[in-house]
Design a protein around this ligand. Structure first.
Ligand code: GDP
Ligand code: MG
Length: 291
């Protein structure tokens, strides 16, 4: 049985401060040679900024599939090949463990090698490679910056007392990293994209009702990861005959999310499910596949 298709919810969300942020990013991009765009490996499409290619025109560009520990390993590999074969070098990363930061530095050196060689041949003193991290909220930009900076966190070019000045962190003998990431805005081109952003927590739960998000997540899991659903919540085959609301009620009951009077606590049930998904307790789940 295929559970019901998603009705169309309207998500109207555009952070008011984005215009200012966009200007700032455009200024910062001028200062760097290479842009490292962080994506969420579970949603490589939905977590990519819609205007990225225009924003970074003329700059070198790498994509990092972060939170790879939360997405399926095979799918991570497929996405990596997808980006690579489209001419965008792609690194698979996990900023909790540090996987991918060294590979990123090596890739940056590799990509910039020609430019550096040309400078040398022109008899110029080699300048530092400057890079910045960009990405939509919650993809792990700050975590990734911390990983890159861990080895050598000496900031460069900062005069004491001058707060306005850009802070650069030397992460290699010839690579400097801008210490603050560029925060990009997500796209809401379809219901599916918006829901994927909601599942992963990019759209804050206050903006879309948690129970509604959990409803769609259970629906997705029912259609794509049935066994995980059964394992996590101790469901049997008969339980799966229920509709989505029925499944939510059952999960709520099993987890003790019940209000006085015996009705299930919808918000509590939703939070349990969303938390299980976001923390990886439902297993590694890739929401978007390479077509
Ligand atoms: N499982 C997992 N969690 C991560 C990873 N990178 C970041 N996080 C978590 O994701 C959340 C958002 O990370 P943060 O660096 O603040 O994202 P930012 O908003 O893009 O700067 C935090 O709770 C991080 O601990 C990762 O690779 N794997
Ligand atoms: Mg951050």
């Amino acid at each position: 049985m295929e559970k019901e298709k998603l009705p169309s919810t309207n998500i109207n969300w555009y952070p008011g401060h984005m215009a200012k942020t966009k200007k700032q990013i455009q200024e910062d991009i001028k200062l760097v040679d290479i842009i490292v765009e962080i994506l969420d490996a579970r949603i490589p499409k939905a977590s990519q900024n819609p205007d990225i290619s225009k924003l970074i025109e003329g700059k070198k560009h790498i994509v990092v599939l972060n939170k790879s520990d939360l997405a399926e390993e095979n799918e991570n590999k497929r996405w990596q090949s997808f980006f690579n074969s489209n001419g965008v070098p792609c690194i698979v990363a996990n900023s909790n463990s540090g996987i991918g930061s060294k590979e990123t530095i090596i890739k940056v050196q590799e990509i910039m090698a020609d430019d550096l060689l040309k400078q040398e041949q022109k008899g110029r003193v080699q300048k530092n490679i400057r890079l910045m991290i960009v990405g939509i909220p919650n993809v792990g930009k700050s975590s990734f910056i911390n990983r890159l900076a861990r080895k050598n966190s000496a900031t460069v070019g900062n005069k004491p007392g001058v707060t306005k000045q850009k802070q650069w962190i030397r992460i290699e003998h010839n690579i400097e990293l801008l210490d603050t990431p560029g925060i990009l805005w997500p796209k809401f081109e379809s219901q599916e994209v918006a829901l994927n952003l909601a599942f992963t927590g990019t759209i804050k739960d206050e903006i879309m009702d948690e129970y509604e998000i959990a409803y769609y997540l259970i629906s997705f899991l029912y259609n794509n990861y049935q066994q995980r659903l059964k394992d996590r919540y101790g469901l049997d085959n008969e339980d799966l005959d229920k509709d989505i609301i029925g499944l939510l009620e059952l999960i709520g009951k099993k987890r003790g999310a019940i209000m006085s009077g015996g009705r299930i606590d919808e918000t509590k049930t939703a939070r349990i499910i969303l938390d299980d998904f976001r923390s990886g307790r439902l297993g590694r789940i890739t929401l978007e596949r390479v077509k």
